[in-house]
Design a protein around this ligand. Structure first.
Ligand code: IYR
Length: 227
């Protein structure tokens, strides 16, 4: 049972968290690592339906992410309607065609070769759900005054991490897709002026035949420095 106390006029509740003996803690941390290691970015989706209820849980989980001054400066737009998915695919492919054919540098195109991506984005129609994260740059108060949110980019990045982890935990797969520029998403989904597209995440089951690049993660020594 939680108890409340008032500190400088603001309510606080007492908090405790499950803790483990050292050996169990190591086992927990290691098994989570193994399970996270199994997550892969997927582009070959099945069109098999995923219940809306699952997506609702996943978004509630992402919504637990910490954010600047707890402003939760995000909106998750969820598209399951095939007609809207089709428009999104058409507009994304228009931009991606231009990107692959004139906007991206030769170095960038070279770096993408191991992933074998191109401007075709069938997954935008095949995946049963598209979750589009919008960042809320500012809020407008009752008097119409604009108030900027804090650390919006960082907050959205953390929430995206939670979202991807929740999708993995549900036994589903996702792609972190950033068609560029992606202003068309705000127009199609009729988002207000204070919201800008951040990330488009198709979610679903992997296709029966699903291929991912044989690429590997950097070892700990290359990504961590202990002092
Ligand atoms: N947005 C393009 C290109 C692309 C860019 C990066 I950086 C990637 O890691 C993968 C793709 C696309 O989605 O194809």
């Amino acid at each position: 049972m939680s108890t409340q106390k008032i500190i400088a006029g603001y309510p606080f509740i007492s908090y405790s968290h499950d803790t483990y003996e050292t050996s169990e803690m190591i086992a927990q941390a290691a098994s989570f690592e193994d399970w996270m290691e199994k997550r892969r970015t997927v582009r070959d989706f099945s069109d098999k339906a995923v219940p809306k209820e699952v997506i609702e849980h996943i978004i509630r989980a992402a919504n637990t992410a910490p954010s600047g001054a707890h402003k939760q400066p995000w909106t998750f737009c969820v598209v399951g309607d095939p007609a809207i998915k089709k428009v999104i695919r058409t507009e994304a492919e228009k931009e991606e065609y231009r990107s692959y054919n004139s906007r991206m540098s030769p170095e960038w195109l070279e770096d993408l070769k191991p992933l074998q991506t191109d401007w075709h984005k069938p997954f935008l129609e095949v995946a049963p759900w598209l979750i589009i994260m919008f960042k809320r740059i500012y809020e407008t108060d009752d008097n119409g005054k604009k108030k900027n949110n804090y650390y919006v980019q960082e907050s959205l990045g953390i929430a995206a991490g939670f979202l991807l982890t929740a999708i993995h935990h549900a036994g589903l797969v996702a792609l972190t897709h950033t068609p560029s520029p992606m202003n068309f998403l705000g127009e199609i989904l009729q988002r207000p002026e204070n919201e800008k597209p951040f990330l488009l995440v198709p979610v679903g089951y992997p296709a029966d035949e699903c291929w991912v690049p044989d690429i590997h993660r950097k070892p700990l020594e290359d990504v961590a420095v202990f002092y």
